[in-house]
Design a protein around this ligand. Structure first.
Ligand SMILES: [Fe+2]
Length: 311
């Protein structure tokens, strides 16, 4: 918030806006950004807790959030379930499973032809060395590259639309990222927000990851603490009473959420659907093989969507 106010008051930014009025969308996005864990970059416990309590108040009013994130967990049915998704029909069983565990895996999601097109996207770009390396990347031990490529695979978009409607209560246009990871040293150094268990937000959150190639035990499979997405009083206390502002497994108070941690090796052509306000990460690489993923995230669900769930 402090940075936002500072940037809005900066005359240089006004000049940039006059020269390029389309930049107004950046201001809009920053004002209505769905809150994460930076809390305006001001280390004020009062401000942090005000943001948490007020936004959680609104999140509870979203019918879908209430059913999925604020409901009781059934501890007896905590498990990872994988579904063959050839029929492409996201049904109530999938929703119930996601609601209780915070994660499901859908396999064989695309036809052979569609799948091979996405594989080609990755293979062509890396063969021709066209991918852009991400500097200031999260992990020193891993090279991360991204492909700046428009995405138009209708079936994946359709699946994303159906799932986002189930979670957010309305269809949210996804943002996509093609990502490539290649380890350069083993064992990897610990990297918060990446290869150790963390939450993306304290508010309901969805992430969908498509795996075009097999990801086995050694090539950094996704990791998830089953049921940790439930926003209980204990969950909220973790954020409200968090004196060190550490929202991942480095904080011993996180241990009580990490009792059912699983690794999720994925077959090629599968989707991992995860509620990432629950504890998750990619497992550190155990071999020097690479890993390609296509991420769908939902920043288009913003504060306005939170305040006005029916619009
Ligand atoms: Fe994350």
């Amino acid at each position: 918030m402090y940075n936002l106010v500072k940037d809005i008051l900066n005359p240089k930014n006004w000049l940039k806006l006059i020269l390029n009025p389309r930049k107004i969308s950046v201001i809009y996005e920053r004002i209505f950004y769905y809150p994460g864990l930076k809390f305006g970059y001001i280390k004020s416990t009062f401000y942090k807790n005000l943001i948490i309590k007020s936004t959680i108040f609104f999140a509870r009013r979203n019918k879908r959030f209430k059913e999925i994130f604020f409901s009781e967990i059934n501890k007896d049915s905590l498990k990872l379930t994988k579904y063959d998704f050839q029929k492409n029909f996201f049904n109530q069983e999938h929703v119930d499973n996601l609601k209780n565990n915070g994660i499901i895996v859908l396999e064989n999601v695309l036809s052979e032809k569609e799948h091979s097109e996405i594989k080609k996207d990755f293979i062509n770009v890396f063969d021709k060395n066209l991918a852009e390396e991400i500097h200031n990347q999260k992990s020193e031990s891993v090279i991360i590259k991204k492909i700046n490529k428009k995405f138009h695979e209708p079936r994946l978009i359709k699946i994303s639309n159906v799932i986002s409607k189930e979670i957010y209560g309305k269809t949210i246009k996804p943002t996509h990222h093609y990502l490539y990871h290649k380890p350069v040293e083993l064992p990897e150094k610990q990297c918060p927000g990446d290869n150790i268990l963390h939450v993306d937000r304290f508010l309901p959150n969805l992430k969908i990851i498509y795996f075009p190639f097999n990801v086995d035990f050694d090539t950094a499979p996704f990791k998830y603490a089953l049921g940790s997405h439930k926003i209980s009083n204990k969950y909220l206390s973790f954020f409200l009473e968090n004196k060190k502002w550490i929202f991942d497994e480095r904080n011993v108070d996180a241990n009580s959420f990490l009792k059912n941690v699983i690794e999720v090796p994925a077959k090629e052509n599968s989707l991992v659907v995860a509620l990432t306000n629950g504890f998750h990460c990619r497992t550190p690489f155990r071999s020097k093989n690479d890993r390609s993923t296509l991420f769908f995230t939902y920043p288009n669900f913003n504060l306005l969507s939170l305040f006005f769930p029916n619009n």
